[in-house]
Design a protein around this ligand. Structure first.
Ligand SMILES: [Fe+2]
Length: 178
């Protein structure tokens, strides 16, 4: 077998992986659109100005991420169509519960950060997989787009850790528990 035959993806494999890629793109499309609604709610509940800014900035990034996903639908010659992501629905439901129960201030901020970081980790995992699928499918332009978003998600996650470490967690630790 020649090297090119060994490394080239077969047509059958490409079409199966292509279907999976499309399904995952529809999943992340649902996720990003759900976050357009969830992030402003979290920002409203937050107290730390650093956290409010981080959430608002990530909302602006998310708007851009939605349009990036739409561009990928365009590359696939498909209409943008979301597929409900049960996992994200669960994470957001849990976020509502946890942040709703926490008292306003540093405690609630810590709960918001914990919830949003779970969301970020889901997204980092999804975009990592999508990027790898796109590489295998040789969708070079999609690889670049997905990597851009992947890096943004990683930065958002790191920033939230910094906000937590720099102020929120310390304050929460010193707030008397009820
Ligand atoms: Fe995102």
């Amino acid at each position: 077998m020649k090297k090119s035959e060994k490394t080239a993806i077969s047509e059958e494999m490409a079409s199966k992986l292509g279907k999976l890629f499309e399904q995952e793109i529809r999943d992340i499309y649902w996720v990003e659109k759900a976050l357009l609604k969830a992030l402003p709610k979290m920002a409203k509940k937050a107290t730390s100005p650093d956290l409010v800014t981080a959430l608002q900035d990530h909302l602006t990034e998310t708007e851009e991420q939605v349009s990036r996903v739409e561009r990928i639908f365009g590359m696939l010659n498909k209409e943008p169509r979301a597929k409900k992501c049960e996992a994200m629905e669960g994470l957001l439901k849990e976020a509502e519960e946890v942040t709703g129960e926490a008292e306003e201030g540093a405690m609630r901020d810590a709960a918001i950060i914990a919830s949003v970081q779970k969301v970020e980790h889901y997204e980092i995992s999804s975009y990592g997989t999508l990027r790898t699928f796109a590489q295998t499918l040789q969708l070079d332009e999609a690889v670049t787009i997905l990597e851009t978003t992947l890096e943004e998600e990683k930065k958002a996650d790191t920033l939230l850790t910094e906000v937590a470490v720099s102020n929120v967690n310390n304050e929460a630790a010193w707030e008397p528990a009820e």
